[in-house]
Write a protein of this length. Structure first.
Length: 166
C-alpha cells in the first residue's frame, strides 16, 4: 500500500508511542525512583522508559531508553503488554511494555532518578506511580510465549485513573 493510502488524517484519533521496561535479575526488578525535582512522579517508582523516536521500532526504543537511563544493555527483551491510554484529547498514548533481563554490571543513575533492584514482595511498601500496583504484578507474572497483555487506561471526570484489562 502506498504511503498516501495509509489513512493519516488530522481528524482521526492518534497516539504518541512510548516504551516502558521492567528488567529483572533473578526475582528482583529494576525500578527508577523519580528524582525529587521531576515534574512528573517525583519520588515515585516506575519502570525505565520513554518516547519512541521517528523511524525507530518499539523494541529498539526500549533497548535505547534502557541503555540511556541505566547504562546497561537490555537482553532477552519481550513485548509483554500494550496499553492504550485515553487522555480525553484527540491524541492518546500507546505504551509498549517490555519484560527483559539487565546485562551484567551495576545500573548508573542519571538525572531521571535513582535506580533500585526491588524484590516483588517489597513492591507494596513503595510509592509506585499510580498504575504500577495493577500493571506490574501482571507483567512480572507474564512469561514469553504467553499472549500479550492488553489494557486500556482512561480517566473519570474527577481525574481518577481507571485501568481495564481485556
Amino acid at each position: 500500500m502506498p504511503v498516501q493510502d495509509q489513512g493519516v488524517f488530522p481528524e482521526r484519533y492518534s497516539i504518541i508511542p512510548r516504551v516502558l521496561v521492567f528488567a529483572r535479575r533473578g526475582e528482583a526488578v529494576l525500578l527508577l525512583k523519580g528524582a525529587p525535582t521531576k515534574r512528573l512522579w517525583a519520588n515515585q517508582y516506575n519502570g525505565v522508559g520513554g518516547h519512541v523516536e521517528a523511524g525507530e521500532s518499539v523494541l529498539a526504543a526500549a533497548r535505547r531508553e534502557f541503555l540511556e537511563e541505566t547504562g546497561l544493555e537490555l537482553t532477552d527483551a519481550h513485548l509483554a503488554a500494550i496499553v492504550m491510554i485515553d487522555t480525553g484529547q484527540p491524541t492518546g498514548i500507546g505504551m509498549y511494555v517490555f519484560s527483559g533481563t539487565a546485562a551484567a554490571g551495576e545500573p548508573q543513575a542519571g538525572p531521571e532518578g535513582a535506580l533500585e533492584w526491588v524484590a516483588p514482595q517489597d513492591l507494596a511498601s513503595l510509592p509506585l506511580v499510580e498504575d504500577l500496583p495493577v500493571l506490574l504484578p501482571r507483567v512480572l507474572a507474564w512469561q514469553p510465549g504467553e499472549p500479550v497483555i492488553f489494557a486500556r487506561y482512561f480517566y473519570t471526570p474527577k481525574n481518577a485513573l481507571v485501568v481495564e484489562f481485556t
